[in-house]
Design a binder for this molecule. Structure first.
Ligand code: G1P
Length: 297
């Protein structure tokens, strides 16, 4: 069985749900308090033992490259200012990974982004992690996926349960449970309506693929939204190879749209000792003012 060493992170998207904030700033660099979303995704992979990170980038995505690079000026400044703790943290980020950046010249869809990474991946199994979603204890989920891959030698995707009304935001899977928490995929649909959806099990944005996916991506025609969809390529893959699924039971933090992003920031803030107390007090004050206003009207 080939060892999984590489991960592809597609980060070339426009971030239209966050315009105008994303006009010049990648959404992957949005902070969850003081750490950019993309760093959570990279740390999750590193903690699961995946060290080779391939970013599929595009125009306007340079800040991501800078984030994982050495910034000697900043380091010198922090050194001179005696800010040891943050200096150590900044150095750690610079040495976290030796990334590869592949440029997706046109944004033709998630499937196309993954296909763009083929020369950097080569003919070996690999992870794909999407940056919109942060998973609670994500590295443990990835380790479970690796274990399933090691047993079956085939692609593995992570699924999670969503409300019926939300199925149109995700790729949805029809599955058969083969053992506790392990499933085999029978069919997949990208963003179906609640009536069309074969289940409420959604693709959470963590995948392990055999390299055969590249062959299938080349055959994939534009699908939902006129884009080359990864889910459609997986459907083609299913005709030749089994795809397994792991059901993720932990908390899913979405950062891909303003309201869910805010909720995520808020939940992370509540877990921070240095922030939680003051934040709760502030919110309580806001709520009581709001309630007084409603009572008076
Ligand atoms: C993508 C995938 C979808 C998956 C989702 C997870 O959609 O196409 O199958 O369920 O990510 O976040 P996007 O959110 O990029 O539209």
């Amino acid at each position: 069985m080939e060892v999984i060493r590489k991960a592809v992170l597609p980060v070339a998207g426009w971030g239209t749900r966050f315009l105008p904030a994303t006009k010049a700033m990648p959404k992957e660099m949005f902070p969850i308090i003081d750490k950019p979303v993309i760093q959570f995704i990279v740390e999750e992979l590193l903690d699961a033992g995946i060290e080779n990170i391939i970013f599929v980038t595009g125009r306007h995505k340079r800040p991501i490259e800078h984030h994982f690079d050495i910034n000697t000026d900043l380091e010198r400044h922090l050194e001179e200012a005696g800010k040891e703790e943050i200096l150590e943290n900044i150095r750690e980020i610079s040495h976290m990974t030796n990334p590869i950046y592949v440029r997706q010249k046109e944004q033709l869809g998630l499937g196309h982004a993954v296909l763009t990474s083929e020369p950097a991946v080569g003919y070996e199994p690999f992870f794909v992690s999407l940056g919109d979603i942060i998973l609670e204890r994500g590295s443990e989920a990835l380790k479970e996926m690796i274990e399933i891959y090691n047993r079956f030698g085939k692609s593995v995707i992570a699924l999670f349960e969503v409300d019926r009304e939300e199925v149109n935001k995700y790729g949805i899977a029809k599955v058969k449970e083969i053992e506790d928490g392990v499933y085999i995929i029978e069919d997949l649909v990208e963003k179906p309506s609640p009536e069309e959806a074969p289940s409420n099990l959604a693709i959470v944005g963590r995948y392990i693929f055999t390299p055969k996916i590249f062959e299938k991506l080349r055959e994939t025609k534009p699908g939902k939204g006129g884009e080359i969809q990864l889910t459609d390529a997986m459907r083609l893959l299913l005709e030749e190879e089994a795809i397994y699924a792991y059901k993720f039971e932990g908390k899913v933090y979405d950062t891909g749209n303003p309201i869910d992003y805010l909720k995520t920031v808020f939940e992370f803030a509540l877990q921070r000792e240095d922030i939680a107390g003051e934040l709760i007090q502030h919110i309580q004050e806001l709520i009581s003012k709001q309630t007084q206003l409603i009572d008076r009207s």
